[in-house]
Design a binder for this molecule. Structure first.
Ligand SMILES: Cc1cc2nc3c(=O)[nH]c(=O)nc-3n(C[C@H](O)[C@H](O)[C@H](O)COP(=O)(O)OP(=O)(O)OC[C@H]3O[C@@H](n4cnc5c(N)ncnc54)[C@H](O)[C@@H]3O)c2cc1C
Ligand code: FES
Length: 432
């Protein structure tokens, strides 16, 4: 079996021996700023999305030189819809490849807590449109909260896509973009284990954040399998060379180029990945790539709770526009269940109608609940049930093991009222 380990022009090079370490060549001149080691070990998650706040960097409101010399900056934002979104200024735009661009945002001190993020999470951007006013698109954060000072997403052109091409063609430093706070559950529960990261194309973005965070905060090994059409389309090539060069004992990068090796088959991947079957696997990329990687991992007997996937889709709704909340009229006399919600350090005791998803109940009460799609597609609204029972209308996004641990998508959750008393002490309790 053939694969490439930095020997870009040697497609027939020998496969890496199992357990082989990354061997990087020196970074090319002009390489983007690399990572640096952050302080302290990560804390184990408490509830909801894992939180590694110990040792986190706070995002300074850095203003790049590029911004200062960008007089053509145009605003793309209008007033935020509700208190949920923020307007962020683009500090820096980096052309990664002919088809991909990284967008670094400036975050004011006042918004730093709102944009505190975990490796693997994403932002939702509001992109202007002359047809519809705007479209909302999610982009994974490619920076690491532990090593990078700038909150950055990376966008790759989708052929004939609207939002990605708009960003790649129009975004410049100085623009202002309306953005929803970080969301998503494609986040390692701990940064200390061994990671097998499998990405293709733009699927590298959340994986790079996890990779840099685990290198900085963890102690385990990291293997990145990164598939691309050809060498020119490899995003973060120089940064990966530099990272592998700095941590050869911990990081191995395996490149797969379609123009050289063809599309990977299950058998090929099984052979390539078998030394890493005990690692925690995170996969992100086009659907056929994810399918073949998951087949290979299943073939290697990797248990489902160690296989994490992130699906890139375009949101069908627009969470930036006023959100209609279909609450039942009082006259409908819908039964309610008492629910206690812990969110952002506050406790809310509410009556939860059995026909209304929790996110809608919270928004109706003026509570700044996290959400993006409200369709069970993104994971922004994830919380944990610590008491009582809840049922979900859609739950495909969550790992079975997370569901077992009580995690729910609150935009898809209704109370299970059977056997529950109306008193708050006997009701449902949910922690964000
Ligand atoms: C959690 C998550 C993370 C993601 N992370 C990344 C990432 O890190 N990097 C990345 O590149 N992608 C990422 N994506 C994918 C990204 O959100 C988009 O799906 C992708 O960029 C394609 O969007 P697009 O608008 O270019 O293409 P499409 O969604 O295919 O655009 C075509 C659609 O736009 C409509 N359209 C056409 N013209 C207009 C117009 N003028 N106005 C309004 N609508 C119009 C068309 O009707 C059509 O429905 C992620 C997705 C998710 C869910
Ligand atoms: S808001 Fe996207 S899954 Fe709930």
């Amino acid at each position: 079996m053939e694969h490439i380990r930095w020997e870009w022009h040697s497609p027939a090079s020998q496969p890496a021996a199992p357990g082989a370490r990354g061997t990087a060549r020196p970074p090319a001149e002009g390489t983007r700023a690399g990572s640096r080691t952050g302080p302290g070990p990560p804390r184990l998650p408490g509830n909801g999305v894992p939180n590694y706040r110990a040792g986190r960097r706070h995002l300074p409101a850095a203003r790049s030189q590029e911004l200062a010399i960008s007089p053509t900056a145009a605003t793309t934002a209008d007033a935020p819809a509700g208190g949920h979104s923020r307007v962020l200024r683009v500090a820096q735009v980096t052309r990664e490849t002919p088809d991909a661009v990284s967008i670094g945002f400036e975050v004011d001190a006042a918004d730093a807590a709102t944009f505190d993020y975990q490796p693997g999470q994403f932002l939702t951007l509001r992109i202007p449109s002359d047809q519809t006013g705007s479209v909302a698109r999610c982009y994974s954060i490619s920076s690491s909260p532990f090593v990078d000072s700038e909150l950055t997403v990376t966008v790759k052109r989708t052929p004939a896509g609207y939002g990605s091409n708009w960003l790649c063609d129009n975004i410049v430093a100085g623009m202002e973009i309306q953005v929803l706070p970080p969301g998503g559950v494609f986040v390692p529960k701990s940064l200390d284990g061994d990671f097998l990261l499998c990405g293709a194309g733009s699927g590298i973005t959340p994986l790079l954040s996890i990779l840099k965070s685990a290198l900085a905060q963890g102690t385990g090994r990291i293997v990145l399998l990164y598939a691309n059409r050809d060498e020119r389309s490899v995003i973060f090539r120089d940064e990966l060379v530099e990272l592998a060069g700095r941590s050869p004992a911990r990081l191995t990068v395996l490149h797969w180029l379609e123009t050289v090796q063809g599309l990977p088959s299950r058998e090929q991947l099984q052979g390539l990945l078998s030394p890493y079957a005990a690692f925690e696997a995170f996969t992100c990329g086009p659907a056929p790539f994810m399918a073949v990687v998951n087949e290979a991992l299943r073939g290697l007997q990797v248990p489902r709770d160690r296989m994490h996937t992130e699906v890139f889709t375009s949101l069908s709704g627009d969470p930036f526009t006023d959100v209609p909340i279909p609450l039942p009229a009082a006259a409908d006399a819908v039964r309610t269940v008492a629910v206690r919600v812990q969110l952002l350090g506050k406790t809310h005791d509410l009556a939860w109608p059995v026909t209304v998803p929790l996110t809608d109940v919270l928004l109706d009460q003026g509570i700044d609940a996290p959400y993006s799609c409200r369709e069970g597609e993104c994971g922004t609204c994830t919380a944990q049930v610590v008491r009582g029972r809840v049922r979900m209308l859609r739950d495909e996004l969550l790992d079975p093991v997370d569901i077992r641990d009580g995690y729910i998508l609150t935009c898809q959750s209704l109370p299970e009222s059977d056997g529950i008393e109306d008193g708050i002490e006997d009701g449902i309790e949910i922690v964000f």
